[in-house]
Ligand binder design. Sequence first.
Ligand code: MN
Ligand code: MN
Length: 303
Amino acid sequence: MFLRIDRLQVELPVAPEADPRAAAAVQELLGGRFGEMSTLMNYMYQSFNFRNREKLRPYYELIANIATEELGHIELVSASVNMLLNGPRKDFDKSEDPATSPWKGLPAGTNPHHFIVTGQATLVGNSLGQPWRGDYVFSSGNLILDLLHNFFLENGARLQKLRVYEMTDNPAAREMLGYLFVRGGVHALAYAKALEQLTGVDLKKMLPIPNIPNSHFPEARKFEQRGVHRDLYRFSPDDYKQIALIWEGTHPQDGQALRVVDGPPQGGDLTQLAGIASSFAPEYAPQEIFEIASKLYNKATGR
Ligand code: MN
Ligand code: MN
């Protein structure tokens, strides 16, 4: 089962300008074949389907625990898409009167579903707007093959993140990307270490794929300077302690000690999305529902 914490794994900056083209590109990292929906669901289903869990517990716990981190990555990439669509706008900007066709000048590369379907917000699909698919999940039942697949998936995800980084310099995208370059590096190394224990094959010699270090990118460098590349978070109050049997030793890049961190990262506040009259979100004229919610709160708190 799952607990939920109402914070993002890392704080995201407000986008200095709305950027629907970048939002459409970042969708690939959410609902594309190598996106966060895919890493989440691959590891989640592999953990559900795991055989001989008690005899192979460290490997089960590694997959189950990383699946939980990926759930927060979906949240983080969604927040980035939403910030790119929101921009710095204030609540109910008067320039967006629905009678004036406020969206007629949207840039080429905008995903129309972001405007027509979701109210200028994220959707469960890729950069072409195609829906995420269950057959992106590989759960073969063979532990070595599943771990090898996960190593491949993390590196495919890294390749595509690097390419999306090349498509935008908007800080609401780049902060997320820098953080996830580093977290993906942890996951790729963790799967390589598991495979090395089980087979003797040292896959970590292949890393990084592609062969450019995370530290080349300022938004990733700052997280590495804080040691985030050495930390595997344990996303449970009491469980998954055997991940430390795999995540041990030193980091191949800088020789510093790998650490299991008990609990999630400190993270940052959820991003705030403005009300948009032209999207009728949360309503065209929301005063009435604001008042209902406010009365409810005041009643509950005795004000
Ligand atoms: Mn991820
Ligand atoms: Mn990952």
